[in-house]
Design a protein around this ligand. Structure first.
Ligand code: NAP
Length: 310
């Protein structure tokens, strides 16, 4: 019998208990899921950073910590965590992100706001929406989420460039990496989508210098993490017209304070960190499948590289 400790925000237990038990039954593993096991008895911790466990030292026999979130910046520097940490890679999380990213990309690409907000009785048929082929899109971060969004945007006809830390060869997109690659990826990009993890290397990656490389009047879409963008530089770029609009899902401080200038800014759309979320039914299957691999002696999937920070 495996002892599985569930450590996330209290409300999550009601959502996850059923799907996790069903997933263990499906793979034929006997598991005792609980919010409260004696630490030394715990085999695996199913974990979110907003749960009660913050000190992993008492969990001396724990084989791995299975994250419920894709982003790990809140846990990766925790020095008490010596067990392997797996982040969440889940199809429904990915599909949710594809939908959010393509929706907001198409909004800006087609200039939908003009007609949604501008119904003034005047029939303006002189200008047509551009085609996607004329709108280069760059995705910073082409891991599980960025690569999938890139495929969807390619399928809609956008020329897609992706940027990563290591060299990549992903079909249907121009793949660039490293510092030189960043400058090339941003140069003349009309829409930039951030799907990088938050690490020491990626904080403020979109700043005055890098924003200035984009095509004038471009769009920024950030479902990655707030600190990826230098907020003051973005506000200045919006002011100058270098950036026409920014759609931001994530912020340095969340919830975004009511007096934050982003809320009232006419060229900023704020969404409250809802781009995509973990769905218990599918996440439970992914996590339990990973535990099952570990129990069979196979390497865990989705292990976080603590030195890289993601
Ligand atoms: P992932 O699979 O780990 O992919 C991360 C990508 O970023 C990889 O392509 C990686 O390059 C690249 N990268 C990391 N550090 C870099 C650097 N210094 N320079 C260049 N590229 C770098 O992560 P994911 O699952 O796609 O998730 C990405 C992020 O999305 C998460 O970390 C989280 O912050 C965010 N997220 C947001 C929401 C939301 O609702 N807003 C939901 C889920 C996730 P390599 O390929 O070379 O490793």
């Amino acid at each position: 019998m495996l002892n599985i400790l569930f450590s996330a925000k209290p409300a999550a237990w009601a959502e996850y208990e059923g799907p996790l038990n069903a997933a263990f039954a499906k793979v034929g593993l006997a598991a005792h899921l609980s919010l409260d096991h004696a630490p030394e008895d715990v085999d695996y911790i199913i974990f979110a950073p907003n749960g009660p466990v913050t000190d992993f030292r008492p969990y001396t026999n724990t084989k791995a910590v299975m994250g419920l979130w894709a982003g790990v910046e809140a846990i990766v520097d925790n020095e008490t965590l010596t067990q392997p940490l797996c982040r969440l890679v889940d199809d429904s999380l990915t599909n949710g992100m594809i939908e959010w990213v393509t929706g907001h990309t198409l909004r800006h690409h087609l200039g939908m706001d003009t007609h949604i907000f501008g119904q003034d009785g005047i029939w303006r048929d002189e200008s047509f929406p551009p085609v996607a082929a004329d709108r280069p899109v760059t995705i910073l971060g082409i891991g599980a989420l960025g690569a999938a969004c890139g495929q969807a945007l390619h399928a809609l006809g956008f020329p897609v460039t992706g940027w990563s830390r290591s060299p990549k060869d992903i079909p249907n997109m121009r793949c660039l990496h490293g510092t030189d690659g960043l400058y090339e990826a941003l140069t003349d990009a009309q829409i930039v989508i951030l799907l990088l993890p938050q690490t020491q290397e990626t904080v403020n990656i979109l700043n005055a210098e890098t924003l200035s490389l984009m095509a004038s009047g471009g769009f920024v879409i950030n479902p990655g993490r707030g600190p990826l963008i230098d907020d003051a530089a973005l506000l200045a770029a919006l002011e100058s017209g270098q950036i026409a609009h920014a759609t931001l899902d994530v912020f340095r401080q969340e919830p975004l304070p009511q007096d934050d200038p982003f809320w009232a800014h006419p060229q900023v759309t704020v969404t409250p960190h809802i781009a995509s979320t973990t769905r218990p039914e599918t996440a439970a299957d992914v996590i339990v499948e990973n535990i099952s691999r570990g129990e069979a002696g196979a390497p865990f999937r989705f292990i976080v590289d603590r030195r890289r920070g993601y």
